[in-house]
Design a protein around this ligand. Structure first.
Ligand SMILES: Cc1cc2nc3c(=O)[nH]c(=O)nc-3n(C[C@H](O)[C@H](O)[C@H](O)COP(=O)(O)OP(=O)(O)OC[C@H]3O[C@@H](n4cnc5c(N)ncnc54)[C@H](O)[C@@H]3O)c2cc1C
Length: 447
């Protein structure tokens, strides 16, 4: 009797295992098998946001060249080394709502901007306007007028804009990068972009800057979770398209897909796309880039001067033409005030940081608007992208498809492509006047 009871018990366990196996392995396989297949090249925020949406309807595969997802969104030891800041809901409407949806908490990050004591000028700290050097103050007022009332909503770089309007090189090379309040190259920043950013710069709106508590990595993981297949360490080498299929080749595999999403810079697209149409080639040729070296380090020599002059929480600090330092607070402490060792994220080509202080070093590509503008500028790029978007089952998103170079719009470019493939955006746009979804996506023909 006991023997039969045991057997019964074993049968029950085996049947449970079988049911478990069918539910979690066989069923999903059959559900996915009829789905059309999408290849997404590039696992930055654009590829991930497109993949997150499209995986609801398609079988999505991300090919990522490096050993991690996120691209420029890169968190090292809790410090973001690519994306540094995000602003309140009206500037980051979709990102803010995704953070809420994913239940990711943010912390406020008050910012102080500082410029070192160079060329005979006093230190300049943004929330201390009364103590500003008189010349800087005058230049700032002139700049303020131009930004607010000048109609030249042009696509030239902010650097050229300053030259045309006769600003001093100190203002152009030190004050402007500091004003920006984020690690962006002034050479690559268009006046058009600057004007949109301007009303929200830390100098006017210090309290509203934020960071996800555990850095951008926290939402990268959430986006990635629902995507059916992710290949890391898989740089796409060539892509061939025929009438029916898209064939992707990496050093490890060859695979066929129905649709292709290129979430990589145009420079990469130019390299990997075998059979470029004339329009595609034309567009790829319009892009050129600056390399931006970002060093995460603990070298306090670079920050002492600023720290002795102010006791704010976070600093953007320019000490040479190309050097911007962001001192990130130590978020492990409950107190927002940073504690030593101060971790800095420095943007530089030649900053003398001692090797022993370097935590991480990474080179990113920034579109170079100065050169791109010489090839017809934004209008022309928009015109061509509009022509090629969706043709040959190929879609484009990412940093080179938006007219302003930052995280929110790159995310929206992924949603835009998903929308083209029949998956509408998850949230409505009402109430957000600054960045209506897709308003800034190059080639966008709807809102
Ligand atoms: C230094 C820096 C600081 C910034 N700070 C801010 C900020 O404070 N706030 C803000 O809003 N925005 C900021 N930005 C802008 C914003 O972060 C970027 O625009 C955005 O993250 C770019 O996302 P993406 O997906 O288009 O590209 P990327 O993040 O560059 O992703 C592209 C991905 O493609 C992969 N790839 C490349 N070639 C291949 C290949 N052949 N096969 C497969 N994969 C490939 C790359 O490894 C990468 O992961 C900053 C940008 C930089 C460079």
């Amino acid at each position: 009797m006991n023997y039969f009871n045991n057997l019964n018990y074993i049968y029950q366990i085996l049947i449970s295992i079988l049911i478990f196996y069918i539910i979690f392995t066989i069923l999903p396989f059959f559900l996915n098998i009829n789905k059309k297949k999408i290849a997404i090249v590039g696992g930055g925020i654009a590829g991930l946001s497109a993949g997150y949406m499209l995986s609801k309807k398609y079988h999505c595969t991300i090919f990522e060249a490096s050993d991690r997802l996120g691209g420029v969104a890169r968190t090292i030891n809790g410090i973001d080394t690519g994306i540094i800041y995000m602003k309140s809901t009206h500037m980051y409407p979709y990102l803010t709502r995704f953070l809420k949806h994913f239940n990711i908490k943010t912390k406020p990050l008050p910012i102080t901007l500082a410029v070192a004591n160079l060329q005979g000028y006093k230190d300049w700290v943004s929330n201390d306007m009364n103590n500003w050097n008189h010349d800087i103050y005058e230049e700032f007022i002139k700049f303020d007028q131009l930004m607010k009332y000048n109609k030249s909503n042009t696509d030239i770089s902010i650097k050229s804009f300053c030259e045309i309007h006769g600003f001093s090189s100190y203002f152009k090379n030190y004050i402007i990068p500091s004003l920006l309040g984020m690690i962006l190259h002034t050479n690559t920043l268009s006046t058009h972009m600057f004007k949109t950013l301007y009303p929200s710069l830390p100098i006017f709106d210090i309290p509203n800057w934020k960071l996800p508590i555990n850095g951008t990595q926290s939402y990268i993981n959430k986006f990635a979770k629902s995507i059916q297949q992710i290949y890391l360490n898989s740089p796409v080498k060539t892509i061939k398209r025929n009438e029916k299929k898209i064939v992707i080749n990496t050093p490890h595999q060859q695979e066929e897909f129905d649709y292709l999403i290129l979430a990589t810079p145009m420079k990469i697209n130019n390299k990997i796309l075998n059979d470029k149409t004339k329009d595609e080639q034309d567009l790829f040729n319009k892009y050129s880039y600056n390399e931006v070296t970002v060093v995460t380090h603990t070298d306090e020599n670079l920050i002492t001067n600023t720290l002795t002059n102010t006791n704010s929480y976070s600093y953007i600090y320019c000490d040479q033409d190309t050097n911007i330092n962001t001192i990130s607070p130590n978020f492990k402490s409950t107190n927002l005030k940073p504690k030593p060792p101060y971790v800095s994220v420095s943007l530089s080509h030649n900053i003398p940081i001692k090797k022993k202080h370097v935590i991480d070093k990474k080179i990113y590509l920034h579109p170079d608007f100065d050169t791109i503008d010489k090839h017809g500028g934004y209008e022309y790029r928009m015109h061509i992208l509009n022509k090629i978007q969706g043709k040959n089952n190929t879609f484009y998103c990412g940093q080179d498809t938006v007219n302003e170079f930052w995280h929110e719009l790159v995310l929206q470019s992924g949603l835009y492509v998903a929308n083209m493939l029949g998956v509408p955006p998850p949230f409505k746009s009402e109430g957000y006047s600054l960045f209506l979804p897709f308003h800034n996506i190059i080639g966008s023909d709807f809102q």
